[in-house]
Design a protein around this ligand. Structure first.
Ligand SMILES: Cc1ncc(COP(=O)(O)O)c(C=O)c1O
Length: 316
């Protein structure tokens, strides 16, 4: 999974772009909603990255796993919601790399495990439930330190969503792989790590628009700014769209379902609805409003991944 190239120096000046061999292809997106507006959209098909892990999970874990191997860590501890695809991805990585994985799951333990957590456990992840009040302290270094020492010390801490400096480096590579010029790059947002890496990679190349999959965009915007600060980027040519959450995280409406089906029927690509359908719906709206003007060239980053049985991962 980590086999290509050397872990190169993080580029801090932002002026240099390193064209990389692409791990996923760019596809022209033949969707009438974009075509009617005269906007050309390409899908960056990260869901096609080869292997068990793909999508933004691959990008975000790639350099973290490399680091974990180099430093000799044997255990990963990471927090997440009960339906977290991030936890599932970490459990898969743990199985693949022979690492112990511990998921700190928000909330109370339910009577029945949902399918995502069942898969995590099947992959060998140990699950610990953390009450909501304590979970809110998941970024507090003191609390994290206590958790880690309780796990026996020497464990690697991966923040929620896997978003840290190394994940930004992986997300940045999405843009480094794009061989064509573009005006806008669009990406769905949860913790903002993928978007921040894309902003880093897009310096001097194009404007980045993120689509929040949940309410509370202000918090997310601040998270993105702090991710960017962590790699010394003060880039301002980006913005977060907060209108397309469809009621909140993992909420949906019939309008979103209709859009998802129409998009899949026209393009052959079925966006999962928790993040991707919301973002693509938002992208069409921006084209129709002319916020993205006629003649624009747009990259849409496909962030979803397949699970090990090849099904789309989505919350149902
Ligand atoms: C399909 C998909 N897109 C986007 C995201 C959001 O990524 P980030 O947390 O880096 O904003 C996630 C996060 O789980 C995801 O599963």
């Amino acid at each position: 999974m980590l086999g290509r190239g050397e872990f190169y120096q993080m580029n801090r000046n932002g002026g240099h772009h390193r064209m990389m061999d692409a791990l996923s292809e760019l596809q022209v997106c033949p969707y009438s909603g974009f075509e009617e507006c005269g906007v050309r959209v390409w899908l960056k098909r990260d869901d096609h990255i080869h292997g068990e892990l793909s999508g933004n999970k691959f990008r975000k874990l790639r350099w973290n796993l490399r680091y974990i191997q180099q430093m000799g860590y044997k255990t990963i501890v990471t927090p997440g919601g009960a339906w977290s695809n991030h936890l599932l991805a970490v459990s898969l990585a743990g199985r693949q790399f022979g690492l112990r994985t511990i998921g700190l799951v928000r909330g109370e333990e339910p009577r029945n495990r949902n399918p995502i957590l069942s898969s995590c456990v099947d992959n060998g992840m140990e699950v610990e439930w953390v009450d909501r009040q304590t979970y809110r302290k998941r970024t507090d270094p003191g609390v994290v330190g206590e958790w880690l020492s309780r796990m026996g010390g020497g464990a690697y801490w991966l923040p929620e969503g896997g978003s840290n400096k190394l994940s930004l480096l992986g997300a940045r590579e999405i843009v480094d792989e794009i061989p064509i010029s573009f005006d806008y790059l669009c990406v769905p947002c949860g913790t903002g790590g993928t978007m921040a890496g894309c902003i880093w990679g897009s310096l001097g190349r194009g404007y980045v628009i993120g689509f929040a999959a949940m309410r509370n965009g202000l918090f997310l915007r601040n998270e993105i700014i702090s991710h960017l600060r962590s790699v010394d980027v003060s880039q301002t040519s980006w913005r977060l769209e907060e209108r397309f959450h469809f009621g909140g995280y993992a909420r949906w409406t019939n309008q979103l379902r209709d859009f998802q089906h129409r998009f899949a029927a026209e393009t052959g690509f079925c966006p999962e609805w928790v993040y991707s359908a919301k973002a693509l719906f938002g992208l069409e709206t921006l084209c129709r409003e002319r916020t993205i003007p006629e003649g624009s060239r747009v990259i849409y980053v496909v962030t979803q991944f397949h699970d090990h049985e090849g099904r789309w991962l989505q919350v149902e």
